[in-house]
Design a binder for this molecule. Sequence first.
Ligand code: ZN
Ligand code: ZN
Ligand code: ZN
Length: 372
Amino acid sequence: MPKPFTVQDFSARMARAAESAARAGLSGLVVTPGPDLIYLTGYRPVAVTERLTALVLAQGRQPALIVPKLERPDAEGSAGASALKITDWADGTDPYAAASRLLTPDGRYGISDSAWAMHLLGLQEALPDSRYQPLTRALPMLRAVKDDDELERLAAAGAAADEAFHDILRVAFAGRRENEVAADLARLLMEKGHSQVDFTVVASGPNGANPHHEAADRTIRTGDTVVLDFGGLKDGYGSDTTRTVHVGPDVPDEVRTVHEVVRRAQQQAFEAVQPGITCQEVDRVARAVITEAGYGEYFIHRTGHGIGLTTHEPPYMVEGEEQLLVPGMCFSIEPGVYLPGRFGVRIEDIVTVTENAGRRFNNTPHDLAIVS
Ligand code: ZN
Ligand code: ZN
Ligand code: ZN
């Protein structure tokens, strides 16, 4: 178990968030339950319900958390609680009137992307002159740069996913349904210390051509190419890795060719990683390799996404994303080729930006593994 984050950690994060909000021209931030609230306060309500919970951050003011009265003891028990001014509202009273007292009436706020529409509309009705924008648009970098303790957790999550991959190579594929292999992957992730499995893609044969195929009833056969993409949370931080395997030793030439192209694209994009290049540059490098090999039109997915407290978050490695890479950022590099009706190949590692390069959190071999 890594050492838990302290109230000092949470205070520093909240101060930095409030400062970034001010710099972005905002009056402050309204953070509802989810990864941002966990990041800033350590507070994770037992269930996210229709009852309003919100953290209000504004530069120069003590962070304020408003919670339903019946959940107050839970909030007070969270790791960051002593840095917060906690207030509550009771069932039968107006939560938006109560929350609006924490806001500037004509303020401009960044609000959690996942805030319920009813809460946002409630705040707007209570304060008709207040304005809101989604937090990831207002402050896309809020959680993007990880500190050393976070990097340690992400590295451990990656290593655990790698162990799961190592073990999955030993299970039977041929004659079993994708769902069965997916269940094996989920069990392995939990055995290796994950507390939550977010996805277990087992995309065999033609199903591999759909980058977002999860797993279905298709029975895997000898001769299939199978995309395995799996991840979840370990000690609160994400894993996400993909390897493509082949069932049986007789690998068709085109599968070998495509796999090698994707491997090179992944490697070159990884080697391009260094502070100061843009996110889109990572995508461009991978795309150039695949395009040059004649498969450009079959690389239908962006090259990567950020990872941290969630398995998919900003920044995105995609054309148009001009955000610069900064040491401590963590994201996937996952080029793929998706051939409709036939098969798909994807190779994915989580990578972090160091002072002068990239460092992988997934380190299983990139060659086309043979399973049986
Ligand atoms: Zn995707
Ligand atoms: Zn993935
Ligand atoms: Zn991914």
